[in-house]
Ligand binder design. Structure first.
Ligand SMILES: Nc1ncnc2c1ncn2[C@@H]1O[C@H](COP(=O)(O)OP(=O)(O)O)[C@@H](O)[C@H]1O
Ligand SMILES: [Mg+2]
Length: 517
């Protein structure tokens, strides 16, 4: 069934209204007097930067959290949603940002888990029929007997969605569902939820991506720092206007990637193999090189070996086979600190766990890894306080780190400022090769822009850069060449001028050019 044209859809009634919802966590006012409504037969986007309160709002509607104050009306009547049980009984379901499936059980078992009323056997039979019917209706193939841990993350998400449909739902909330999907899988999801909308469901679709708001929604509510900024008809606003509402100021969108002739090869990976923490081969013969004044982007859906590759390159994990070369030297068996001395800089994916010690002061984190070197060390055991102070002051200024002093405890800084701190430290030495793992994930738009500029600055100064990112727009904007990783193998390496989203998406799903889809 295809959707009715906009003018032919019936007048839509609100199924959900929230009034003046406020929710405070110990350290933050996550929802500040938020009101909104959602109608039957609409896809309503909740748009906001990381930390804006999107998940808190949806989890409050779902009963995971109780609001401090405010009211919720469902089908026109006030409801007390004290727990998810109440929400489900009312007809509200959610696909959480982090799924809650049970990996060793089958798809079928997962769907009926917690819903059985009349004995497991009866339910299994009924559930199988009902699920087959649903999967036919939406044209999504589901292997009901597959164990969940065998499924890709994208497939697991379908299981979550079908679980909600199976329980019976009038309002379905999807919390950042495209974060784990390739572009084609996202398209597929969009068309299925549009069908659900056309069949009368109300859908709340959470995202921080403007493109998705435009592609999928009828209306959009923008949240910023726990406050509702506006609800608007999607077709009446531009992406630029949405971005400005989301961030609260004008946003510059394009960052100029400069084409420049690359120099010598500065980094080489040859036939790398390595085991992941499950003991499986997570890298299966990865080879590439990066030249000076070049950004090689590594695209891929999360969990395809990116993290392991990062760890092997910085020296946190040993490859079982293959070799690494930095500036002409074999570094396969050298320590992390030796690699740093040779000009390796790194921005780790998990800055909080790996890049910083959160209980250290800002100035201590700024020299982390360099503390035993000139000018910060005095002899073998003493530190040169003066040199540290001078360096911290300059770093805080140069990198525009918002902190009251260099003695501030790091955990008080925002994500964007923590990332700047890492950049200041890593770029304080001459960088020959930079590896950046998801360098802008979780950052607000302003910090994202800043971090991207600084990465490109390293390229201009002559460094080679390996940019690992799940954000395809970021990859396309910053890279000169793009490699795509799938299940621990590089599918292809493409010049950015010859790359298109469609083709990258297929490679991300493990499909080579010309292969049957
Ligand atoms: N369970 C929680 N306990 C304490 N603080 C939380 C909790 N959940 C979210 N927060 C905080 O509330 C704010 C809003 O978070 P969230 O709703 O997750 O934002 P979004 O989904 O828009 O990224 C953030 O500052 C976050 O750190
Ligand atoms: Mg969230």
């Amino acid at each position: 069934m295809t959707g009715l044209p906009d003018h032919a859809r019936p007048i839509l009634q609100p199924i959900l209204q929230v009034e003046n919802l406020t929710k405070r966590f110990p350290s933050v006012l996550a929802l500040d007097n938020v009101s909104m409504d959602v109608k039957r037969g609409e896809i309503h986007c909740l748009l906001g930067e990381n930390g804006a309160g999107k998940s808190t709002l949806s989890e409050t509607i779902y009963g995971t959290y109780l609001p401090d104050s405010g009211k919720i009306f469902f089908r026109g009547a006030p409801v007390e949603i004290m727990s998810p049980k109440d929400a489900i009984a009312a007809g509200i379901s959610i696909v959480h940002q982090h799924f809650v499936l049970v990996p060793p059980l089958t798809v079928l078992e997962n769907v009926i888990l917690g819903t059985q009323k009349s004995g497991l056997y009866m339910d299994l039979k009924y559930a199988r029929e009902r699920l087959n019917e649903l999967s036919r209706n939406y044209g999504v193939a589901l292997n009901l007997d597959a164990r969940v841990w065998h499924l890709s993350v994208g497939e697991q998400q379908w299981v979550e969605i079908f679980k909600a449909l199976y329980i019976g739902v009038d309002l379905l909330i999807l919390d950042e569902p495209t974060a784990v999907l390739t572009p084609q899988q996202s398209e597929r999801l969009f068309s299925v939820i549009k069908q659900m909308r056309d069949e009368g469901l109300a859908i709340i679709f959470i995202t921080h991506k403007l493109k998705e708001v435009k592609a999928v929604s009828d209306r959009v509510t923008v949240l910023r720092k726990g406050k509702k900024i506006a609800t608007v008809n999607t077709k009446d606003v531009s992406k630029q206007e949405l971005a400005n509402m989301m961030v609260g100021r004008d946003v510059v969108f394009t960052i100029e990637r400069q084409d420049m002739p690359p120099g010598e090869v500065v980094f080489e990976a040859n036939n790398l193999r390595a085991l992941n923490f499950h003991g499986e081969e997570g890298l299966r013969g990865v080879s590439f090189d990066v030249r000076e004044k070049e950004v090689l982007g590594l695209a891929g859906v999360s969990g395809n070996g990116q993290k392991l590759l990062f760890d092997v390159i910085v020296g946190q994990e040993k490859p079982t086979e293959g070799s690494l070369k930095l500036a002409g030297r074999d570094i396969t068996n050298t320590t992390t600190s030796k690699r740093m001395k040779l000009g390796l800089s790194s921005i780790p994916e998990d800055r909080i766990k790996e890049g910083l010690v959160m209980d250290f002061m800002v100035e201590e984190n700024l020299i982390l890894g360099f503390q035993r070197r000139e000018p910060f060390a005095k002899g073998k055991t003493l530190v040169n306080q003066k040199a540290i102070r001078k360096f911290s002051k300059k770093s805080i200024e140069d990198f525009d780190i918002a902190t009251p002093s260099s003695k501030q405890i790091s955990k008080k800084l925002s994500g964007g400022n923590l990332q700047k701190l890492i950049l200041a430290r890593e770029f304080s030495q001459e960088t020959k090769f930079l590896i950046a793992g998801q360098p802008t994930r979780g950052l607000d738009v302003g910090s994202t822009e800043y971090v991207r500029r600084r990465i490109l600055e390293q390229k201009r100064k002559g460094a080679g850069v390996l940019l690992i990112s799940e954000d395809l727009d970021e990859i396309l904007n910053l890279s000169d060449r793009i490699a795509v990783i799938f299940k621990g193998e590089l599918m292809d390496i493409i010049d950015v001028n010859e790359a298109d989203i469609e083709q990258l998406g297929l490679l991300m799903a493990g499909i080579q050019k010309g292969e049957e889809v």
